[in-house]
Design a protein around this ligand. Sequence first.
Ligand code: MRU
Length: 370
Amino acid sequence: MNISINEVKRIYKPKIKPIEWRDGKLVILDQSKVPFETTYVELHTPEEVADAIRTMKVRGAPAIGITAAYGMLLGLLGNMTRISNLDDALRALEHAKSVMDPARPTAVNLTWATGRMLNRARLSISNGEARSVRQLVDVLKAEADSIFNEEYEAEIAMGLHGLKKLNNGDVVMTQCNAGGLATGTGLGTALAPVKLAKALGMEVSMIVPETRPWLQGARLTVYELVMEGIDTTLITDTAVGLVMYRGMVNSIMVGADRILKDGHVFNKVGTFKEAVIAHELGIPFYALAPSSSFDLVNNVNDVKIEERDPSEVKLIRGVPITLSDVKVYNPVFDVTPPKYVTAIITEKGIIYPPFDKNVPKVLNGGGGNG
Ligand code: MRU
């Protein structure tokens, strides 16, 4: 389908606004309460941003990145009485970065965004664009807005590339929530092709695993898809094998928290299992992510997989489901080796194996390799 990004902007309007800069304040939709409550939270400092990321009021790799970008701006605005010159301002930004970066370790978008903001500040000071703290604030506000807008356009481009993998009547299975809540823009990565398919008049349905323990699938993906009028079926995580075996799934589309140069995909725990079963049954498995989710430096064993509090496993919405003193292991991401990945879909094109050759080629040069 030959359709431009501007055309998509005209026919598709996001139904949610999970992150907004409103009157000099950062306002986020509290995702820990969705779908039962629609509560917006104002964030005023990098410390509050770090806490919102840690407690998953905002979650999903690109959304974390965008929130942290505005968090850098808050590092200046929240400290204006103590910042009297550009050196003070740079120190405040370095501090803001050091406060937010450790909030969650797996999604690379967090450090990518704070690094980009800090570099932009340094550059604007060295090239004379920012000659006062006030001017630096304006430069950084524009940079954070660009990170947001670039993400949205990347998602539209990914959605259009992903559409090439969909046929009318297809059923797509996902994992977790890689929709507009997870990216902050209202569109999403893995959900973009299906949302655009719907906007263009195609019939595509989705199967959504609940995604224990935090239930991003049951709470967030179902909420988003139903709001878009997309036919949605919720399953337990333990049913993914059967639904694929029974021929109920045409393809898998998931997001990613980090993709390595050799094609290893870090995403919500449970993704690996889907990929292996899909591979065994000949079902295509696609990971969709913007270039800000790629890590071309680290190797698979260097990446920290976040482990969260045992209470997330021992209780469901505050209700105990096991013995209180049982030992718990709660890794919240896993890694899918490249051999199970049919293709990686980015805003720059569709990347096919061999990934170690094609990931750098496509990311640096643009244009898919297939
Ligand atoms: O723990 P979460 O909810 O932040 O995990 C989110 C995911 O695993 C998403 O699939 C990923 O961030 C991609 S978001 C477009």
